[in-house]
Design a protein around this ligand. Structure first.
Ligand code: NAD
Length: 313
């Protein structure tokens, strides 16, 4: 299978590395010139548990793609970069190209649908993690899994999905096929709407947030609005399961000392995925006439933090 990773940052490079280790040939596509150039000249330097490995890849900026088309494109930009990436790689997407999206946030499928038919989209969530240390260098952290589903299942993509799952599991990516991936996407997004957003605004880690006396009030207000919006949109969303997942993070030995990715994005002066988390809930709330004052306010506050970062640059 001819595979490209579009957005070869922390996660894209990790998936590329694991697939390539399993014998697949993977092309990395990224618009960060220094990163691409480093991979082209020296390979990708991968740190895992104190060990170092150089992995050789074919790597391109989108403008260097030269009309090659792929059977599978794994889209791994941040949610707000997805549209730009899809515009940049249009010539690499053929009538039979499947796009797999595992990025965080809600609304990614809607973005991709502007570029290809739903039957070519496979969506999911992943709890793998990775860090981008600098151009051509990543650190792999922990283990993980992937849950995915064809957005519009039919006989043609059922066969492709089977091949994809086998290929990804050969790369030890721990893939399972779900029949409710939209629910999984919303659950992960709702988890992030609570933990990423509050801990970023308060500047605390997950364990500190879990110890706040008013944490249940804060969590409930976000989840109640998500529940109402999901109901209006006829999307399956289980508030209790999401709450249990959030509360499980506060147990000793879990992720207490972890700083959320949004906190790290703001600390490093990067834009956040807020418009695809609380911002998506606020936007859909307005569309469906559901009041979402809490998610709207949290979205505005995170945008203030992004703007403040720009002012202080
Ligand atoms: P990242 O910022 O490390 O990587 C994104 C890459 O996309 C960057 O290298 C960037 O240069 C590239 N890019 C952006 N726009 C582009 C364009 N138009 N053309 C070409 N390249 C472009 O992000 P990440 O941490 O790998 O996260 C990707 C997604 O996965 C996000 O939705 C994130 O929330 C999710 N996620 C990340 C982790 C993690 O541990 N890093 C874990 C789970 C999920």
């Amino acid at each position: 299978m001819k595979i490209a990773i579009a957005g070869a940052g922390a996660m894209g490079s990790r998936f590329g590395k694991m697939l390539q280790d399993s014998g697949q040939t993977v092309t990395l596509i990224d618009n960060w010139a220094a990163h691409v150039s480093q991979i082209q000249k020296h390979g990708l330097l991968v740190h895992t548990d104190g060990q170092e490995q150089i992995v050789k890849f074919e790597a391109f900026q989108p403008s260097e793609l030269n009309f090659q088309q792929f059977d599978l494109i794994i889209l791994f930009t941040k949610a707000m970069q997805m549209e730009g990436m899809l515009q940049d790689i249009q010539k690499a997407i053929g009538h039979n190209t499947k796009i797999l999206v595992l990025a965080n946030g809600i609304g990614n499928i809607e973005t991709i649908e502007h570029f290809i038919p739903r039957k070519q989209i496979i969506a999911g969530v992943t709890v793998w993690s990775s860090e981008l240390d600098g151009p051509g260098e990543i650190t792999l952290t922990g283990t993980g899994s992937v849950t995915l589903q064809a957005v519009q299942p039919d006989d043609n993509n059922a066969l492709f999905l089977q091949q994809l799952v086998t290929l990804m599991n050969n790369a030890k990516l721990n893939v399972t096929v779900s029949n409710s991936v939209i629910e999984a996407i919303w659950k992960k997004a709702a988890f992030n709407c609570v933990l990423n957003t509050y801990t970023s605004l308060i500047s605390c880690n997950v364990g500190e947030f879990g110890a706040f006396s008013n944490r249940d009030f804060l969590i409930d207000n976000v989840l109640n609005e998500i529940t109402s919006v999901a109901k209006a949109m006829k999307v399956p969303f289980n508030k209790q399961e999401t709450l249990d997942l959030i509360l499980s993070q506060f147990k000793p030995g879990q992720n207490g000392s972890h700083y959320a990715s949004m906190y790290q994005d703001l600390s490093q002066n990067r834009l956040t995925e807020i418009d695809y988390l609380n911002g998506y809930i606020a936007k859909k709330g307005a569309e469906f006439h559901i009041p979402t004052p809490v998610n709207s306010l949290l979205t505005a506050l995170i945008h203030c933090r992004e703007e403040l970062n720009q002012m202080q640059k």
